[in-house]
Design a protein around this ligand. Structure first.
Ligand SMILES: C[S@@+](CC[C@H](N)C(=O)[O-])C[C@H]1O[C@@H](n2cnc3c(N)ncnc32)[C@H](O)[C@@H]1O
Length: 396
């Protein structure tokens, strides 16, 4: 930290403020907290998010691919860096107002991801359904935010939620990225029949008959003669002519004896955009609050610890699913700067907004370390070597 501050002071005179394109009403650049070349398209903004969103709104409109919101959860606590004791109605009003504004800024295939815990999730869900439309709701992710048991409580609360809404769920479904195949998932693909297309796994060829049409009910004759009809309440996934084609193309598996219940082959190589993300995000994959705190502590040893950071791995998964390198990511409750750090490490552009003084003392200081090649969080996984920069803006 000392080194970093020293270098900044030498390189840039204290408190010199410049304006640089693009400019925004009532926002000015604070050069001593900015870092790297201008024009990176990355903005760390110190100000009340409602004001800042208004100021930058025109520039961001229709461009935000992924907005991640991690508002105070209304825990009733007064944390070292911010208070979290708003009244329920005020809190709900504030958060929904921000979501309404962010919603206007989303790209057509953009999405909003909102972290929240058990106390307010149900109220927030209903309120957001009203603000952005129930049809925009995509899913609720459950994140295992701790792995240790809290023995003093009636229940040890080990999970939180991330509510996901998309401007157009249809376009989001087309553009969202799948997850990389893990060794575990890869291991589920086997080449039982030496198929030249490589390893595969099979999924059921019959589906629930709720929305079935008549052409999905017929008899399939297995290669060795056994006849199969769909079980009660189910129908075949395809109509007869499509099923015949799939069988002819070797895409249906009838077991080793050629008489088994038909199953559809899914090839390892056919994923294209990766595997479908599941809604349960375990700590082993995306980290815990504790991981995040240790990471922040390692970056700022001896400083008062920021109480509620998110792990970089969690945010990486959000950004990975919802955006691509070069896309604009928005976080209006930036806190310690996790979203901005992950955006930089994974090649996204960002706007991060934080009202507390820690916009400069923690978030900006953290991002300067990131520019210098900081090695914690997801750095190893993404082979982060440093580089880039950001402009620090302050609302007046
Ligand atoms: C739960 S923390 C976010 C933590 C962040 N995700 C991280 O990984 O560090 C919420 C943050 O929102 C900030 N905040 C609360 N209300 C705000 C507002 N109206 N405008 C900007 N920031 C706000 C708080 O100061 C706090 O830093």
């Amino acid at each position: 930290m000392d080194d970093l501050n020293l270098r900044m002071e030498v390189a840039q005179p204290a408190d010199v403020e410049i304006s640089s394109p693009p400019t925004f009403p009532r926002l000015s650049t604070v050069k001593k907290f900015s870092c790297g070349p201008t024009g990176t398209g990355n903005f760390l903004v110190h100000g009340e998010n409602h004001d800042v969103l208004k100021s930058m709104g025109r520039w961001m409109e229709g461009r935000v691919k992924c907005a991640y919101l991690d508002p105070p959860y209304r825990t009733g606590e007064r944390f070292t860096h911010y208070d979290d004791d708003a009244k329920h109605e005020d809190w709900l009003h504030d958060v929904t107002t921000r979501v309404r504004k962010v919603w206007e800024l989303l790209a057509e295939d953009g999405s909003i991801w909102i972290s929240i815990d058990d106390h307010e999730v149900h109220y927030l869900k209903v309120a957001l359904d009203r603000v952005v439309g129930r049809q925009s709701f995509v899913t609720t992710v459950v994140w295992q935010q701790r792995t240790t048991r809290e023995n003093r409580k009636v229940f040890s609360n080990n999970h939180e939620y991330v509510l996901v809404y998309a401007k157009s769920p249809r376009k989001f479904a087309q553009s969202r990225n799948g997850l990389a195949l893990t060794e575990d998932i890869r291991g589920r693909y086997v080449n039982h029949d030496d198929d030249p297309r490589g390893p595969w796994q099979s999924v059921s060829a019959n589906v629930q008959a709720g929305h079935a049409v008549a052409s999905q009910f017929y008899t399939i004759t297995a290669p060795n003669g056994r006849k199969h009809v769909p079980p009660n309440g189910r129908c075949w996934a395809y109509n007869k002519s499509k099923m015949d084609l799939e069988i002819a193309q070797g895409n249906v598996w009838f077991g080793r004896d050629g008489n088994g219940v038909p199953r559809i082959k899914k090839f390892l190589g056919s994923g294209g955009k990766g595997v479908t993300p599941e809604t349960l995000w375990p700590a082993s994959e995306v980290g815990t609050n504790d991981h995040a705190k240790k990471h922040i502590h390692a970056m700022f040893p001896g400083d008062p610890l920021f109480d509620t950071p998110k792990p970089e791995a969690l945010i990486w998964r959000v950004l990975h699913v919802a955006s691509n390198p070069g896309d604009l990511v928005l976080d209006p409750y930036l806190g310690s700067g996790t979203t901005a750090a992950v955006a930089m490490k994974t090649g996204r552009r960002f706007v991060g907004i934080e009202s507390g003084e820690h916009a400069a003392t923690i978030a900006a200081a953290r991002l300067r370390q990131v520019v210098d090649g900081e090695g914690g969080g997801i750095s190893t996984e993404v082979d982060w070597q440093g580089g880039g920069g950001f402009e620090f803006l302050r609302f007046r």
